[in-house]
Ligand binder design. Structure first.
Ligand code: 5GP
Ligand code: ZN
Length: 113
């Protein structure tokens, strides 16, 4: 399958990984939008949030636990951070393998003002 994040998961495309377990990898975004910007990616290929099924419920929990662990390891757990999933065209999803952005290291601003 021609999927960038599957290739990063397999290691055929290099990445700067901060965490890896049986279910999830976490690596630095190549174009960081904040002082801390990593991507939490399930090893299983799921194209988008719309493709998550009941079968993936434990995996979604693993993603949240990995986000928490990565935030702790990167030193932003106490100061706070934001976890974002972009889905589909209006969500500006560009890589069609489910992933969550973890952003932190600065005040990120309110979503609405
Ligand atoms: P999306 O826009 O789909 O929510 O997020 C995709 C993210 O993947 C973007 O923030 C982009 O910078 C990041 N990205 C794209 N290609 C690569 C790559 O080859 N390596 C890494 N580490 N990040 C990438
Ligand atoms: Zn994939």
């Amino acid at each position: 399958m021609d999927c960038l994040f599957c290739k990063i998961v397999e290691g055929t495309i290099p990445s700067n990984k901060v965490l890896e377990n049986d279910h999830v990898v976490v690596f630095h975004d190549i174009h960081p939008a904040a002082p801390t910007h990593v991507l939490i990616v399930p090893k299983k290929h799921i194209a988008s949030m719309n493709d998550v099924t009941a079968e993936d419920m434990l995996l979604i929990g693993e993603i949240h636990m990995a986000a928490q662990e990565a935030a702790n390891g990167l030193g932003v757990q106490q100061s706070g951070y934001r976890l974002i999933n972009n889905c589909g065209q209006d969500g500006e999803q560009t890589v069609h393998h489910l992933h969550y952005h973890l952003l932190g290291g600065t005040r990120l601003g309110a979503l609405t003002s």
